[in-house]
Design a binder for this molecule. Sequence first.
Ligand SMILES: C[S@@+](CC[C@H](N)C(=O)[O-])C[C@H]1O[C@@H](n2cnc3c(N)ncnc32)[C@H](O)[C@@H]1O
Ligand SMILES: Nc1nc2[nH]cc(C(=O)O)c2c(=O)[nH]1
Ligand code: SF4
Ligand SMILES: [Mg+2]
Length: 235
Amino acid sequence: MKIPVMEVFGPTIQGEGMVIGQKTMFVRTAGCDYSCNWCDSKFTWDGTGKSTMMTSEQIIDSLLAIGENRFSHVTISGGNPLLHKGLGVFIAQCKERGWKTAIETQGSLWQEWLLSVDDITISPKPPSSGMTTDFEKLEYMMDRLRENNVSFKVVVFDDIDFQYAENLHARYPDVPFYLQVGNPDVVTTDDAALTATLLSRLEWLTGKTVHSSMMNTVRVLPQLHALMWGNKRGV
Ligand SMILES: C[S@@+](CC[C@H](N)C(=O)[O-])C[C@H]1O[C@@H](n2cnc3c(N)ncnc32)[C@H](O)[C@@H]1O
Ligand SMILES: Nc1nc2[nH]cc(C(=O)O)c2c(=O)[nH]1
Ligand code: SF4
Ligand SMILES: [Mg+2]
């Protein structure tokens, strides 16, 4: 079963969430069931990017060609990777090679192969995205993933987003929770200005968290890759 792949890159470090800093390769699939206002990977779903249909073996060949023997962790992102049933074979083949796997998804779709992913990041979307969370679907997923290494990562742009994050955390108090700084300009090439903006937003988000009695066990993080490399692709 072939999978539409947008890009394969790395090794780099995971710049976000539960395994931030982890050296990893990335496989970015094409297509998304959402269309977030501020998506930093719009090229995966808005028709501006070009994907290649690849078998699991071809993706592995590509990882080895680019990453050689300099990795043992593979992160699958998108788009929404959960659109692709065929990733199950790929994840199994990564495991056979001793590579750990991680996934980035928004929590709107389910595949059985999700159960065999090592690090699962669910990133439900707050109001500023323009998307609406289907809490029934999310509930189903969180129930099925009870035994897995799963975390929430919520991108926050404003006070309303922060409230959404507080409510989600209250609903799932035992799920490790990450607050992520929103990048308001995903096209600028002025890295210095972007870094300044992101750091001031990090300060704002930290202040909100420090003052919230509902957020005593969360972690606040920037996107490390955005601080280092701005909006550059493939890093
Ligand atoms: C591009 S998405 C792909 C995976 C999946 N569709 C999802 O949203 O979780 C990867 C991560 O980037 C985050 N993200 C997207 N645009 C962002 C932005 N402008 N600022 C901060 N994080 C962003 C998403 O919330 C998600 O956690
Ligand atoms: N370094 C790095 N870390 C990331 N974490 C999540 C990413 C994504 O686009 O899903 C991403 C990415 O594109 N690059
Ligand atoms: S769910 Fe993820 S990939 Fe899809 S539009 Fe939103 S941020 Fe972008
Ligand atoms: Mg990204």
